[in-house]
Design a protein around this ligand. Sequence first.
Ligand code: PLP
Length: 382
Amino acid sequence: MGMEKTSQFKALDERYYMPAFSRDIAIVKGEGSKVWDADGREYIDCVAGIAVCSTGHCHPAVVKAICDQAHQLIHCSNLYYVPHQGEMAQKIVEITGMHKTFFSNSGAEATDAALKLARVRTGRKKFVAFTHGFHGRTVGSLAVTHKPSIREPFEPLGIIKTFVEYGDVDALRKVVDKETAGVFVEPIQGEAGVIIPPDSFIEGIREICDETGALMIVDEVQTGMGRTGKWLAMQHTGVTPDVVTLAKGIASGFPMGAIAAREGLEFKKGEHGSTFAGGPLACAAALATIGVIEKILPDVSRKGARFADGLKKYNPRVRGLMIGITIGDKCPEIQKKCAEQGVLINCAADGNLRLVPPLTITDAEIDQVVRVIDGAIGQVML
Ligand code: PLP
């Protein structure tokens, strides 16, 4: 299938690339929910670039939008009005219910933008985030990411923050005060392994933010853009945040992120910027992506329910097509077995299997994934 065999990828990677990742598969082609590796093996992809390729791999509408725009104009700078940027901004405002948006190139940069916006508009310096939360790896976003093993080697990171147990409203009430600029929260924790909190937790954060004037900043980088069966996971609750961050599924794999904020919260001239963010190709890819998701969104919850039913003996946590199963130490072995049998899944933190397949996945593919996972768990856990 591919021009290069996996062994050639491995040799170059080991010799020339800094070894920050552990990996052993070289994916060279994708179509819909399927991908193929360099040795021609086929997989159903329930990783999907970690919740990125929501429209499936190489969706024809997205490919066409990128190619058409590439022939017209690849880049021009935010010194000028940018093709498709305005329409894309309008879409983000419509789907989030926020007032205005600003683009970035990644989720971490969206977190950074939210940190800056909260600092500059509230005039406050302190932040609160939650245990097991993940908001990115830049210096700013890493500061509010909890996982000590990835954050602590880089401290001090220059952001004043406190971590509170995810789900604990009383503990939050004790630390948020009139000096708190913002509270960062994932409505469902993704990297932690698909941890779904009760609505009362989300409602409690809103109440505490209202009492203190801290901004409620909801990280929808992984949960947004239809992943949970609604445009935002927050839309399953009755709560409206002050700021929302997006990335991952926003442009089907073309790098892009965004923040959207309520009225009264916007960057003023010179307060923020980026060479690439909101460029013509990203916006074209994102608009095409949204067009596809608009059509498939009504079916996402039903597909999630099919997974939930197929995997019910493992007590999965399911919200749309975001699925977590607690496995424990054997998680990597199950991941490996599934790959051997043609299904890509991955282990998030704490022994949790995570499935975030394309939103376009078919019922037959779901049933095949369920059979493979069931078989792998059976073999490994014996
Ligand atoms: N926020 C959440 C909830 C994420 O899951 C991630 C990435 O996994 C990020 C932020 C960072 O996004 P990126 O890797 O695009 O910088």
